[in-house]
Design a protein around this ligand. Structure first.
Ligand SMILES: C[S@@+](CC[C@H](N)C(=O)[O-])C[C@H]1O[C@@H](n2cnc3c(N)ncnc32)[C@H](O)[C@@H]1O
Length: 237
């Protein structure tokens, strides 16, 4: 069985490799590509629709986008909402976001570690919805729990959190080649895909942090739908 080399793939993928992409290859920079080519617009529309519906976005919403990358996905929602605050720890990607998508003062992007930003953000009560697309798997077990609990306890006006593109532990064999030993990978936040969680594990995590939970499956034609799923956390009344 082959093992995948242990290293910090998150830093490599999102802090270093985006510098090698074309400055306007926004999807390539966040690894939203197939065989090195950017994914089709129909794939992006599927994400946009799923998030819009899952968060029930409206013109009064102020959205916190955790792990916003270069802001290309965040910007798709600007017209539907009142404000967006994006945070990411990749200096390069936040630079791209500021240069191409930022519209001060309502749509802004910030360079910081996600958890530190969430704790220190001064206008917690303004935020009504949270988006975390393609990023949650890169938070280790402790940080993921602290983050969801903190959002529940300190962001009292947040009614929904969309956690998109989670790798499903029960479907890992649909992703890895048969001769790859992925046992160490699936619990490693720094591995290429991050931490794989089953729906039951997400249910337990949500309950532990005070959230109700719904699951969303993307259409079969969506890239990665055979091993990924989305989660919508809802504030319990
Ligand atoms: C797959 S990209 C998704 C970007 C964007 N949400 C999208 O869907 O286009 C994952 C992002 O998570 C960010 N990230 C991972 N760990 C982070 C952390 N601890 N704090 C802030 N950003 C983080 C990476 O820099 C990267 O931009």
């Amino acid at each position: 069985m082959k093992k995948i080399k242990k290293q910090n793939y998150v830093d490599l993928f999102y802090k270093e490799q985006p510098k090698l992409c074309d400055p306007k290859d926004f999807w390539g920079q966040v690894k939203r590509s197939v065989d090195g080519k950017p994914i089709s617009n129909s794939q992006i529309i599927m994400i946009e629709n799923a998030v819009d519906k899952g968060l029930k976005l409206s013109k009064s919403d102020k959205v916190l986008d955790i792990g916003c990358g270069n802001g290309a996905l965040s910007a798709l929602f600007f017209k539907k909402i009142n404000k967006l605050v994006g945070v990411d720890f990749s200096e390069y990607l936040i630079g791209v976001a500021k240069e191409n998508f930022e519209m001060k003062p309502d749509y802004t992007f910030h360079l910081a570690d996600a958890y530190e930003f969430i704790v220190n953000y001064e206008h917690k009560e303004h935020i009504t919805k949270v988006l975390c697309y393609g990023t949650f798997a890169y938070f280790d077990f402790q940080v993921a729990k602290k983050m969801l609990r903190f959002l529940n306890e300190s962001y009292k006006n947040v009614s929904r959190v969309y956690i998109g593109n989670l790798p499903n532990k029960d479907k890992a064999e649909n992703f890895y080649y048969k001769d790859i030993d992925y046992t160490e990978q699936i619990d490693d936040a720094e591995s290429p895909i991050g931490i794989w969680r089953s729906e039951d594990e997400m249910k337990e995590l949500a309950a532990d942090c005070g959230w109700g939970i719904n699951f969303h499956k993307m259409p079969k034609t969506f890239q990665g739908s055979h091993y990924r799923y989305d989660v919508i956390l809802k504030r319990k009344l």
